[in-house]
Design a protein around this ligand. Structure first.
Ligand code: NAD
Length: 292
């Protein structure tokens, strides 16, 4: 079994980005600049946003963090987005999800200018992805593709089973794995909460991508020998052995399945760090005006 080390791979990507930033600056170009908007006080969201700001510093980007009150009217949030849309110094904008219930997430997603949508969630960028046109790929699926590519895992003609059909992971990764690309050309089965006979399907997977948010959901009896497993899930569960009183678990029972796999991502240290690296990559692409 080979462990897909997302932490190391993400650090390699960050080092490559930092070199590109130095080149931009040496050519009298400005530093790439990422802006993030955080609404309310959600512990997990704050952790994610802070990690993104820290990563910007590490690669030499500028960053701006706008924190808005939990009760901010939707119109005010949209006005903040528009301010950033027209700010020529800012290359990329993300609005940390989830948002409070009174705010329409889809409206917010669509308010971000497609040329600054480095999360790749805007319908225009999703459309470009489906058509295999240059675009900002959503960060988590893009991180999965990058990890598969850097470990030289063969995908062409393989059966890829995806569990979960969210807009940010399951649905886009199923499209990317089926595209006619170097990493792609899989026969893809997208499964979800209404899928029947899931075990029969997962047992036929050469590549299994799991993103449903249920700790330890995939067990040994659900996979075949030699499968490559990408575990996207992150659940915080209570633990009596850690100082903090909790630990992070993936959607796959790692200890049960590890000796049956060809490749597997750990949690933490697998897909998570790759997501941030790809967000930085998209911001660099935007700063270089490579797409728009
Ligand atoms: P989600 O919570 O929006 O949706 C879950 C999906 O799982 C749904 O499509 C649902 O149909 C499916 N599902 C639920 N129960 C199922 C079952 N019994 N069998 C088959 N399918 C079932 O999904 P999400 O936002 O993609 O998040 C999934 C997990 O991935 C979460 O743990 C989340 O924290 C994690 N995540 C990690 C990263 C990262 O960077 N590593 C990024 C995004 C999400």
């Amino acid at each position: 079994m080979i462990l897909l080390d997302g932490k190391k791979t993400a650090n390699d990507i960050k080092d490559e980005i930092a070199i590109e930033v130095s080149t931009l600056i040496a050519n009298d170009r400005k530093k790439p600049h990422l802006a993030a908007i955080l609404v309310g006080k959600n512990g997990a969201s704050e952790t994610y946003v802070n990690a993104k700001v820290k990563a910007c510093k590490k690669v030499g980007f500028s960053s701006t963090l706008v924190c808005l009150d939990e009760k901010v009217p939707e119109s005010e949030l949209l006005a903040e987005i528009e301010k950033i849309n027209v700010n020529k110094d800012i290359d990329g904008l993300i609005v940390q999800l989830p948002l409070p219930n009174h705010i329409d997430e889809m409206k917010v997603t669509q308010a971000i200018s497609p040329n600054k949508d480095v999360d790749g969630f805007h319908p225009e960028n999703i459309g470009r992805m489906v058509l295999n046109l240059p675009t900002y790929l959503p960060a988590t699926p893009s991180g999965i593709i990058e990890l598969i590519s850097r470990y030289n895992i063969k995908t062409s003609g393989k059966h890829c089973v995806v569990i979960g059909r969210s807009h940010i992971v399951g649905s886009p990764i199923s499209i990317l794995m089926s595209r006619n690309n170097h990493i792609g050309n899989c026969t893809v089965t997208l499964t979800h909460s209404r899928s029947k006979n899931l075990k029969q399907i997962t047992k036929t997977a050469d590549i299994l991508i799991v993103a449903l948010g249920k700790a330890g959901f995939v067990t040994r009896d659900m996979i075949k020998d030699g499968v490559c497993i990408i575990d996207v899930g992150i659940s915080r569960v209570e633990s009596s052995v850690t100082k903090s009183g909790w630990k992070l678990l993936g959607d796959v029972d790692f200890d049960q399945v590890k000796d049956k796999c060809s490749f597997i991502t750990p949690v933490p240290g697998g897909v998570g760090p790759m997501t941030i690296a790809m967000l930085l990559q998209n911001t660099l692409i935007s700063a270089k005006r490579d797409i728009y």
